[in-house]
Write a new protein. Sequence first.
Length: 319
Amino acid sequence: MAARCQAFSISAFVLGLFLASVATAQWTGTGRVSGIVSDPDGEPIIGAVVTYRLAESPDEGPPPFTTDADGEYRFAGLASATWLISVEADGFIPVPPQRTFVYATRNDPVRIQMNPVPEEVVKARKRAEVNERLQKADKLRASGEFEAAREGYLEALEELEIEDHPAVLAALADTYLQEDRVDDAKAQLERALEIDPNHAPSLVGMMAILVEEGSFEGADELLGRLPTDQEIHPTLMMKIAQGYYNNDQMDQAKLILDRTLRDHPDEAVVYYFRGLTELNLNRTEAAREDLMKFLELAPDHAEAEAAKGIIEYLPPQDG
């Protein structure tokens, strides 16, 4: 029984070799082929991949050939038959399958010209690849993987045009801020603002740093470079206003608070601080209106009792 199984295994092996030889024989032969791949200017294309497939059996054929330093390829051992030749090369439009007959002897060289991919297409592809890398970096940043996110942003910077750098540098700065590496963040924002002095996210990021450093006037100067319709987080605006308030610069504080309420009309605490500012500017009725609005929006706020006490202290309204 064992001897019979062994004989069967040997027979199956021999059959497999036979079938493989038959399959190979479908495309092998004595035909010798060669060719040169060039661009429209006649310059050779190095590393082009040339594929030969039998027209009657498109899955059959030798491994693809790669052109050499002269843009040439050569191969001996093709069957005499009609073949389909296709070519691909980085930066060039692929050449679709072209029919050619291979004779059993030497054949004339095949000359193939490839046209470059249009520049706008190359840029679009490149931009799509960079955008994908940036999206991945953004996800890493959102999940707290700041070092990995930075690697993605730095790779993207190498591919992007200089005018696109500020947005990436601002995101890069944020990864440093999340780790309290303020100096590193500041350096990235400064680079961004050197490229585009009015880049909004970089201005806002630098404003946040200056506020934490106590440079409220510096932050306000950057605020003046932002579009007037640019919305800014109310917490940041409040800190700038508080800096002016604490320095007894009430007019500047009120301007910041006015803009904050324009963009965030439901921020209760901003009404409270603007009410205090109005009070310091001796605008009693305006102070009363803001404090009343504050109590309307946040009756249970920690400063609600203080607001009520101030309102009671104010002189009665006229009429």
